[in-house]
Ligand binder design. Structure first.
Ligand code: FMN
Length: 385
């Protein structure tokens, strides 16, 4: 057998085939060959209804038991079939067909074949199943090998052309779950291996786990989108916060009994409308706060604002327009609602303030500390940068 040009895995697969199965397979192939065309047509129809594309169908029909029978019935070496499988495996990988879909297709082929074989060889049917399983074993081994080669090539091209040639990377720091290349098949481990050969260093950042949960930006974003600022803070190890400038409002708040500092939500503001407990910082001073995010539907304002009612601030010390304010959100209190009268709103805000005090009496659990240290003097310079 000619094995000089092929990989050891392929040679092994072909050897398994030739040593153990050749006799059985050749007998089977003579039996199957006259029916292979008809079964193939049925198979292609099935693949079409299963949603496979024409190119995928063509590659899949060349790796079936019937395809093996056809090759062997023409007295070709089993290796020819294995080469055919390897070629098709590469095509299927490039066509982005997942291995599970290939296995499903192969099983479908065998379902079509089974009744015919039962009729043709009722006595040897069990024996045939063994032969077919062995053949599948070789096919899967070969497909795996082909997939791996394609994946390597794609990942290598990415590393060489993008990372090395275009970006001239010398040091790469990436997360443990980073994936790259076509089909996202490249892993940090593969990248680290390749980096050694190409002279760049790779550092993989391990997952951060809090209470058994892997902390990811998507998780935090989702929590914030749902208004779960308290839970998000646990994973962030600080409260979600915004920095803004105090702008004039309608001037209604003071008359209602709760003055507010209004801020226009910055771009990329993540949390939904509603009432929150939090802390606000202006200059060097920090305040407990009851915060409303929304459009004040009771008054049909329409503009979305962050309104911060500072608890226990002396009126003559209240921050003024144009000052920079840092607002941190500690806990969700309730949804913003449309009240039928200003009096109802005022009564509800009084309850919100009580709830906010209760929440803020709890240990901050890291939520306030960073921000208090920072003060808005440094925050203003963060923004200016
Ligand atoms: C703690 C708090 C809760 C609020 N809840 C609501 C609400 O549920 N519905 C609403 O229409 N407005 C709500 N508001 C917004 C008030 O209507 C708004 O602050 C008031 O009209 C003053 O607006 P001004 O600053 O533009 O004058 C809330 C404000 C605060 C500070």
């Amino acid at each position: 057998m000619q094995t000089a040009q092929i990989s050891p895995e392929l040679a092994d697969a072909a050897d398994v085939l030739s040593d153990q199965l050749r006799v059985h397979l050749q007998k089977l192939s003579r039996l199957l060959d006259p029916h292979a065309d008809r079964i193939e047509r049925q198979f292609v129809n099935r693949l079409r209804t299963m949603g496979f594309e024409p190119k995928q169908r063509a590659a899949l029909t060349s790796i079936t038991t019937g395809a093996a029978a056809r090759v062997l019935a023409r007295n070709k070496a089993p290796l020819k079939f294995i080469e055919q499988v390897e070629y098709s495996g590469r095509r299927l990988a490039k066509l982005n067909l997942p291995p599970s879909a290939i296995l499903e297709a192969l099983q479908e082929y065998d379902r079509l074949l089974a009744p015919m074989l039962e009729e043709l060889i009722p006595d040897e049917h069990a024996n045939f199943q063994w032969v077919r399983d062995q053949l599948h074993f070789c096919v899967i081994l070969t497909l795996n090998n082909a997939y791996y080669q394609v994946r390597e090539t794609e990942a290598e091209a990415f590393v060489q052309e993008i990372l090395r040639d275009r970006l001239r990377v010398e040091f790469l720091c990436l997360g443990f779950d980073f994936r790259f290349g076509k089909g996202r098949r490249g892993t940090p481990e593969l990248l680290a291996e390749m980096g050694i050969a190409r002279g760049f260093e790779v550092e993989v950042v391990p997952p951060v786990v809090v209470d058994g949960t892997v902390v990811k930006s998507a998780l935090i974003r989702d929590l914030l989108h749902e208004g779960k600022v308290g839970e998000a803070a646990r994973y962030l190890t600080r409260a979600y916060a915004i920095l803004g400038e105090i702008v004039p409002g309608a001037g209604r708040g003071r008359g209602l009994g709760f003055a507010t500092a209004n801020v226009i939500p910055p771009g990329g503001f993540l949390i939904p409308d509603g009432v929150y407990a939090g802390r606000a910082y202006v200059g060097e001073a920090g305040y407990d706060a009851a915060i409303n995010v929304g459009v004040a539907p009771t008054f049909g304002r329409g503009d979305r604002r962050v309104e911060v009612h500072l608890l226990e601030v002396r009126e003559d010390r209240a921050p003024g327009y144009g000052q920079t304010i840092l607002v941190t959100f500690w806990e969700w209190i309730r949804e913003e609602v449309r009240f039928t009268s200003p009096g109802e709103l005022t009564a509800q805000v009084a309850r919100d303030v009580e709830r906010a005090r209760e929440i803020l009496r709890q240990p901050p659990g890291g939520r306030g500390e960073d921000w208090a240290l920072l003060g808005t003097g440094s925050c203003a310079s963060i923004r200016a940068d």
